[in-house]
Each structure stands twice: as structure tokens, then as C-alpha cells.
Design a protein around this ligand. Structure first.
Ligand SMILES: Cc1cc2nc3c(=O)[nH]c(=O)nc-3n(C[C@H](O)[C@H](O)[C@H](O)COP(=O)(O)OP(=O)(O)OC[C@H]3O[C@@H](n4cnc5c(N)ncnc54)[C@H](O)[C@@H]3O)c2cc1C
Length: 358
């Protein structure tokens, strides 16, 4: 019954998103987007919500308001939204499931675009997935259709687009392992248009992709669709493997508090000072190359349970900074600084952040 209701709501939202897209496309096509409201483009009035509370869209439950927000589920609509934002000189931020971003207390002065592409089609051995589909829905689809290859992602929160952007990975698997093609639309350079890349062209690396690299050089693209290469498997086996990962996460991660996953990247083993290597030799891990888990260093520095305002270094998993009591972005940043400074002072190791600060 719960599953039925969930699917009903999901389909309803997808239809609503599609209808909104159709109406805005008609307005744009017939040039009505500017005529009805004088100076104010109707497309902005219609597609851009104003003063949207980003806290509600953040897994951390932290963050202020965005001046404008647009949830976009069709390519043509996305292109128009980007053009409109550029014409209005609005800064753009792309928000997926908000599971890897710390949103500032002041919010965002500009337009937040949420890629809400929700299609999921299985044509022969080609699985095409909209970037806004959650990993959870993708995995449920894989179970229903006996598709194997993504079992490692059991319990990974967020959207497929966000996972491609950062080449998310866990339990020895990474998004890159099963990606055949990624479709995107360019934001910053030239007229927005549809681009396609094969796996090699996506330049996947450890928590890295061409999309992340481009974003770092001010040439962002919005991922809209991903094509996966999966194999037919045994339904029960696929479901069991996914459930094992979910159970592991429930047991090891502080999912009872709002969080954005691991705050810092694990430290590459060969970059560690010799005395640190000697002290923590038995904690060395291959994931996906030799690393020392940051949680080991944070624990050894006595930082478990350490607090700044409503933010706390988790007792359960010290690489998670959890929101235990209405934490602000400033609280989290203060705690991040504290951890980085102590680890540097005690072990001579610089910790790199894994999450994005907006
Ligand atoms: C409890 C928990 C456990 C986690 N475990 C793991 C783990 O095991 N492995 C791992 O790798 N990560 C993990 N994460 C981090 C996070 O879930 C992943 O990085 C996830 O893939 C981010 O997806 P998102 O949709 O939430 O992206 P967001 O957090 O919304 O965005 C992340 C970045 O991606 C960009 N982005 C999002 N969507 C798009 C798009 N369509 N096109 C272009 N850019 C886009 C955003 O601009 C932003 O820069 C965990 C997080 C939590 C909360």
C-alpha cells in the first residue's frame, strides 16, 4: 500500500512537472513570455519561484533563501531558463538532492536551478535515466527489471545527476563503472545547447568528472540524462546486495541526524608523513586506492563529539559533522576549521573537504 501511494505521488509530481514544462514552452514559442506582464518576463514569473527557503531542499536542513528558484524537467525549458538568467545577469547554482552541499546562512543571491528530469526508460540493454531521478528510485527500477551493476550504490542518497558530477562511489564501486553516455547543457560559455559525452569523455576520476573540472574553471554544464550499461541479473540477488549496503550504512552512519555525508576526503597513503604511516599501518584501506580513513585521524585527535553551536563531530562516524541542534552554516564552518587545524597541528596532515560550500 505504502509503495503504491509512493509511486502514485511520484507519477503525479512527474506529470505536474511535465505540464509546467509544456505550458512554459507554449508561452515561449508564442512569445507570450514578455507581453502579458509588461517589463516582467512571464517565463520568469511562471518558472522562477521567488525567495525560496533552501533549508528545506538541503539534507543538512541548513541554509538561507534563494532569490529565485526553478525546478526544470525538460531540455527546451532548461535552455530558456539559462538564457533568461543570463539576460538578467543572475548568478546560477545547480542543486541536485542537496546531500553534498553546505548552503550558507545568507542563502544565494541569484537563481538556483534544480534539474528535475525524472524519466526512467529501459530500451533493450540501454537504461536511460533523467538526472533528477534519485539513486533510490534508480535502484528500485533496477530491482524491478533485474538489472545488475549498481548494487554498490545501495543507500547512497541524492540524485543521479549529482552522483555523476562527483563520480560518487562506495564499497569498491563508482558511477563511472557503468556509464555509457551523459547528456548535458552548457551554462556559462556561449549559447546553451545539448552536449553528449561517452564514458571516456566524462574524464571520471576519484570523486571527479569533466563536469566538476569544468565547474571549477567557470564553465558549468547541467547534466540532464545518463545512459547506463547494465547486465541482466537475478532479481533476488540484486535486491539482497542493495539491502546489505543499506543495512551497513544504517549501522555505521549517523543517519538519525541531518548530515551531508563525509566532510573530508580520505588521505592518500603516500602523502602521509612517515611517522603517521607507521602509527596507523593497520588502518590502511584500499578505496579505491591506498588511503588512511580520515575518521581514524579525527578519532585519534580526540575530536569525536566535539561541538560548535548546533554542529557536532559524530560519535558514530567521526568524518560526519551532524546537525544535532538547529546548526547554522557558520557553526559547521567553525567546526570544519577546528578539525582541520587540530589534524594539521597533531599529524601534519592537510584535510581536503569533500563537500561543496555554497
Ligand atoms: C548519509 C550520506 C552518505 C553519503 N555517502 C556517500 C558515499 O558513500 N559515496 C559518495 O561518493 N558520496 C556519498 N555522499 C555524498 C552525496 O550523497 C553524493 O555525493 C551524491 O551523489 C550527491 O548528489 P546530490 O544530488 O545530492 O548532489 P548535490 O549535493 O545537490 O550537489 C552536489 C554537486 O553536484 C552538482 N550537481 C548536482 N546535480 C547536478 C546536475 N544535474 N548537473 C550538474 N551538476 C549537478 C551541484 O552543483 C553540486 O556542485 C553521502 C551523503 C550522505 C548525506
Amino acid at each position: 500500500m505504502t509503495v503504491y501511494l509512493y509511486r502514485l505521488c511520484y507519477n503525479y509530481l512527474a506529470v505536474l512537472g511535465a505540464l509546467r514544462g509544456i505550458v512554459s514552452r507554449i508561452l515561449i514559442k508564442h512569445n507570450l513570455s514578455r507581453s502579458l506582464y509588461g517589463d516582467v518576463p512571464l517565463s520568469i514569473e511562471f518558472m522562477f519561484e521567488k525567495d525560496v527557503d533552501l533549508k528545506k531542499l538541503s539534507n543538512y536542513k541548513i541554509g538561507g533563501k534563494a532569490d529565485y528558484f526553478a525546478s526544470v524537467g525538460a531540455t527546451e525549458e532548461l535552455i530558456e531558463v539559462i538564457k533568461e538568467a543570463k539576460e538578467k545577469n543572475l548568478d546560477i547554482f545547480i542543486l541536485g538532492g542537496g546531500t553534498n552541499v553546505l548552503i550558507g546562512d545568507d542563502g544565494f543571491r541569484g537563481l538556483v536551478i534544480k534539474p528535475n528530469f525524472l524519466s526512467l526508460t529501459n530500451d533493450g540493454d540501454e537504461l536511460k535515466v533523467g538526472a533528477g531521478v534519485t539513486i533510490k528510485d534508480l535502484l528500485n527500477f533496477c530491482i524491478d527489471n533485474s538489472l545488475s551493476g549498481l548494487e554498490w550504490a545501495g543507500g547512497l542518497p541524492g540524485t543521479v545527476g549529482g552522483a555523476i558530477f562527483g563520480n560518487a562511489g562506495a564499497f569498491g564501486g563508482e558511477m563511472k563503472d557503468n556509464v555509457a553516455k551523459v547528456v548535458s547543457v552548457n551554462v556559462d560559455e556561449g549559447e546553451p545547447k545539448v552536449l553528449e559525452r561517452n564514458n571516456e569523455e566524462c574524464k571520471f576520476g576519484y570523486r571527479d568528472s569533466v563536469f566538476k573540472k569544468l565547474a571549477q574553471t567557470g564553465k558549468r554544464e547541467i547534466i540532464t540524462e545518463i545512459e547506463f550499461d547494465l547486465e541482466l541479473g537475478e532479481k533476488r540477488e540484486i535486491e539482497t546486495k542493495i539491502q546489505e549496503k543499506i543495512d551497513y550504512r544504517q549501522a555505521k552512519q549517523p543517519l538519525e541526524y541531518p548530515n551531508i555525508g563525509s566532510m573530508f576526503k580520505n588521505v592518500k597513503w603516500d602523502t602521509l608523513p612517515e611517522e603517521v604511516q607507521a602509527r596507523f599501518l593497520e588502518k590502511k584501506k584500499n578505496d579505491p586506492f591506498p588511503v588512511l580513513p580520515v575518521a581514524v585521524l579525527i578519532d585519534a585527535a580526540g575530536l569525536k563529539g566535539s561541538k560548535e553551536g548546533g554542529a557536532q563531530v559524530s560519535e558514530k562516524h567521526p568524518n560526519f559533522i551532524v546537525n544535532v541542534d538547529s546548526a547554522s552554516s557558520a557553526d559547521v564552518k567553525a567546526l570544519v576549521d577546528k578539525v582541520q587545524n587540530k589534524i594539521k597541528a597533531e599529524f601534519g596532515v592537510e584535510l581536503d573537504r569533500e563537500v561543496i560550500f555554497l
